[in-house]
Design a protein around this ligand. Structure first.
Ligand SMILES: NC(=O)c1ccc[n+]([C@@H]2O[C@H](COP(=O)([O-])OP(=O)(O)OC[C@H]3O[C@@H](n4cnc5c(N)ncnc54)[C@H](O)[C@@H]3O)[C@@H](O)[C@H]2O)c1
Ligand SMILES: [Zn+2]
Length: 355
């Protein structure tokens, strides 16, 4: 396995390092090359940083979770950085899960019209998904990630030694994005996961490293082809949204309280696999195989709101959709996804009632 990946083309320039026990060295290197460094860290994992006394480093710790992706926290953080004299030669480092990365990415891309930023993702979910590809954002009362930009981090450090403190629930949440990558793009990866999920959920090092690497490579495939999600075909970055059209609507409906991101997306993926099956794209056998895997590892597969018309309102607000039509990334086989354009929202409601 390579432990240094570069995303470099005309538009992208990010280095992704996969290295254990490397946080201090990573931060020290950034400190050497910048006038001032702002480390913004999830308060739950403050213990991973022992830099209080270094003059060049300013540490800001924030309580994280979906509620950090709000206007309020955006205001708080930008104003705090301005008051502590952030300037164009400063570097910003986010140390935390996907919610912190999304907030800090958005702050970095807008503050002083754009500052360099670095990510040290500390959840499995953020290591396999959200730290890669430069999307950021906050939520509004109408839905998820409705305010955001594309702003690539300069460097990302994936250090699996920080994952031991995660709860089982958070590990499972990250696993959901791994299985998503397999379902949309790589049949043999799915088969390998069927054999190795138990070890992965127990954080077996070698299984974890392979799963993280494979996941990142699949995500990069789409990011490099379609950074800003312009394509409307099977290579579109939108394929990575498999499970998310329904999943985001569920998260918004419950105001991010009932499920964490991975749980909502697990329900979304099974539901979108059922829609794929209903539309004649995915076979019964493959659908059953997916549901069996999810059930075996106690991933969520259903919630009662799926049968409630209220969900359709949230679907129409999703960035990818127009008022009446909903775009889905669906799967036609395990390991193969397709861009399914414009399913009428009333039809979606009817399908959801039947499946
Ligand atoms: N930008 C993207 O491309 C992208 C992709 C996928 C998901 N996302 C976003 O990512 C978010 C979900 O990310 P997440 O699952 O990392 O959520 P999170 O940031 O809320 O982290 C989950 C929980 O784990 C805690 N935590 C973080 N690191 C820890 C550690 N090492 N040990 C113990 N606890 C730790 C956090 O405090 C939090 O309670 C969602 O908002 C989702 O929309 C973004
Ligand atoms: Zn996701």
């Amino acid at each position: 396995m390579q432990n240094k990946l570069f995303i470099k083309n005309k538009k992208l320039n990010t280095e992704i390092l996969i290295k254990k026990n490397h946080i201090s060295k990573f931060i020290n290197d950034i400190v050497k090359n910048n006038e001032k460094v702002f480390c913004i860290i999830d308060s739950k994992i403050r213990k991973y940083l022992n830099y209080n006394k270094q003059k060049k480093i300013k540490i800001i710790s924030i309580k994280c979770g979906e509620k950090v992706k709000t206007f309020d926290k955006y205001k708080y953080l930008t104003e705090k950085l301005i008051k502590t004299n952030v300037n164009r030669k400063s570097a910003i480092i986010a140390i935390g899960g996907g919610t912190l990365g999304d907030l800090v990415g958005f702050v970095s891309s807008t503050l002083l019209r754009g500052l360099d930023f670095y990510l040290i993702p500390t959840t499995l979910l953020s290591q396999v998904d959200s730290s890669i590809g430069g999307k950021n954002g906050i939520n509004t009362s109408d839905g998820k990630n409705l305010l955001g930009t594309f702003h690539q981090p300069k460097k990302v450090l994936i250090d699996i030694s920080v994952l031991n403190s995660l709860t089982k629930k958070e590990i499972r949440s990250g696993y959901v994005e791994i299985i998503k990558h397999a379902l949309i793009k790589d049949y043999s990866f799915f088969c390998w996961l069927e054999e190795n999920t138990k070890r992965l959920l127990n954080l077996d090092k070698s299984v974890l490293e392979k799963a993280i690497y494979k996941s990142i490579m699949i995500k990069l495939f789409y990011v490099i082809k379609d950074e800003k999600e312009f394509l409307l075909n099977n290579n579109s970055r939108a394929m990575l949204n498999f499970g998310h059209t329904i999943g985001h609507a569920i998260e918004s409906h419950y105001n991010y309280k009932k499920f964490n991101h991975g749980e909502a997306i697990a329900i979304g993926m099974v539901t979108e696999a059922k829609i794929s099956n209903y539309l004649g794209l995915l076979s019964n056998n493959e659908l059953e195989r997916i549901i069996k895997h999810f059930t075996k590892y106690k991933l969520k597969i259903f919630d009662k709101v799926l049968k409630n018309k209220i969900l359709i309102r949230y679907l129409s607000k999703d960035k990818k959709n127009t008022l009446d039509n909903i775009n889905f990334s669906l799967i036609d086989k395990i390991g193969s996804s397709i861009f399914y354009k414009k399913l009428n929202k009333n039809k979606v409601y009817k399908i959801l009632k039947k499946i």
